[in-house]
Design a protein around this ligand. Structure first.
Ligand code: FES
Length: 103
């Protein structure tokens, strides 16, 4: 049974342009997902931690939506630089990034 120290889910859901719900994809979620995958691999964390694309996590207005398990901490991650901060502070260092937590 695979077990990860930390498992990150990134909503990459896309809706049609003009849909009143909006979506994480239109706010750059693919770049956020790529950053998590690339930066975890670059730190030699493949196998210990994992980043997965997810469907809609039902927090569309607050996206790009990211949730980190096992702590179940929800984030709004606007930029790839913010994703790197979460990797360094939370995933590696164990300290959640308060300023990015979903309110
Ligand atoms: S579209 Fe990302 S949370 Fe709904």
């Amino acid at each position: 049974m695979p077990h990860y120290e930390r498992h990150v889910f990134i909503c990459t859901n896309r809706r049609d342009p003009g849909n009143p719900k909006g979506c994480c994809a239109e706010k750059g979620a693919e770049a956020i997902r790529e950053t998590f995958k690339k930066e975890l691999a670059a730190r030699g964390l493949k196998g210990k931690m994992r980043a997965n694309a997810a469907g809609c996590l039902d927090q569309c207005a607050l996206g790009p939506t990211v949730v980190v398990y096992p702590e179940q901490i929800w984030y709004t991650v606007p930029t790839p630089e913010d994703a790197v901060e979460i990797i360094e502070s939370h995933l590696v260092g164990g300290v959640p990034v308060e300023r990015l937590r979903m309110k």
